[in-house]
Design a protein around this ligand. Structure first.
Ligand code: AMP
Ligand code: MG
Ligand code: MG
Length: 299
């Protein structure tokens, strides 16, 4: 990372650490990952109009300890958009990002490499981190579409993510609220400028630490699943009980080979099976995967 970006991020982090060190020691949540990487992309945009392709212009990340909830390190690089290199006035106003910022930015592919190097330098093993975002848009839509368009292979840890909104709603109830409102509803003080990617990521990280303190298990909520339809003779034969049940009741009444209720999931990846539901081992977890090989297409 260029020294100027590193120093900006470090200055932000020293403030975060000051604010959160005392609270962090009280955190003892159930821990599925060693670290969380909180990301909040900013992208090209127009007022009241769609822009295609939409491209990342700010790539910030905040590293959070998986046990203590302490905010450990921050990363930011600006990204130069290829298709709409001149930012709209609306975009500059919304995000606070200047034309000079993106002109001096890097390509998305290089931003992903810089981010990956930062993670490694911070001591976070790639297979022990989970990406956290507010909403599904950052990983499911923006990053995935842009990587597909530009034929960029993204690091595998961006293939799954924690949508903090889902976990927040499990505590505070489901209703329309933006990130800033959620932070305030949790009793935290919003710090910084809304729609500045690094400030959004820091505030999301503070919210994550708060949910950990409340005992919420931080688990994967979304992923891209690459699944091939099994050949006819490979499909486990459904039990009579399974065949007798209408679909919505299957997950609570049917058991996998482990003898526990099966789990339902959906194919997210673009392709002929996208949107198809399937059933898998009830012991499946993001960390360890399935225990038994139970698999059944739901339709
Ligand atoms: P956020 O993380 O909420 O700051 O938003 C991420 C991106 O979504 C922004 O960088 C914009 O590209 C887009 N966006 C957010 N709010 C708006 C808005 N009111 N109008 C158009 N685009 C928006
Ligand atoms: Mg955002
Ligand atoms: Mg943002």
């Amino acid at each position: 990372m260029p020294p100027c970006l590193r120093s900006a991020a470090d200055a932000t982090l020293s403030l975060i650490r000051h604010r959160h060190r005392s609270m962090a020691s009280r955190v003892s949540p159930p821990c599925l990952f060693d670290y969380y990487v909180v990301v909040d992309f900013e992208a090209t945009c127009e007022k009241d109009a769609r822009i295609y392709p939409q491209e990342v212009i700010e790539f910030p990340a905040v590293l959070v300890h998986g046990v203590t909830g302490e905010l450990l390190s921050a990363f930011r690089t600006y990204v130069r958009p290829r298709y709409h290199p001149i930012l709209s006035a609306f975009c500059r106003e919304l995000t606070g990002i200047t034309q000079e910022d993106v002109d001096g930015g890097v390509d998305l592919a290089d931003a992903l490499v810089l981010h990956d190097a930062w993670l490694v330098a911070a001591g976070a093993a790639r297979d022990r981190v989970a990406v956290v975002t507010w909403g599904d848009w950052d990983c499911r839509t923006l990053l995935d579409n842009e990587c597909a368009l530009k034929e960029i292979v993204k690091p595998f840890y961006f293939e799954r993510w924690v949508n903090l909104r889902v976990l927040f709603e499990s505590v505070f109830g489901a209703r329309r609220r933006n990130l800033q409102e959620a932070v305030q509803e949790a009793g935290l003080r919003w710090d910084g400028r809304a729609h500045c990617g690094l400030d959004d990521a820091r505030n999301t990280a503070c919210l994550l630490a708060d949910l950990m303190r409340r005992g919420v298990t931080i688990s994967i909520t979304g992923m891209f699943t690459v699944l091939m339809a099994p050949k006819e003779d490979e499909v486990p034969q459904p039990s009579l009980q399974l065949l007798a049940q209408p679909l919505p009741q299957m997950s609570s009444h049917c058991h996998c080979y482990c003898g526990i209720p099966i789990k339902i999931d959906m194919v997210m990846t673009l392709g002929p099976m996208q949107g198809q539901y399937f059933y898998i081992c009830g012991n499946w977890t993001p960390e360890f995967g399935a225990i038994c090989p139970f698999f059944l297409w739901a339709a």
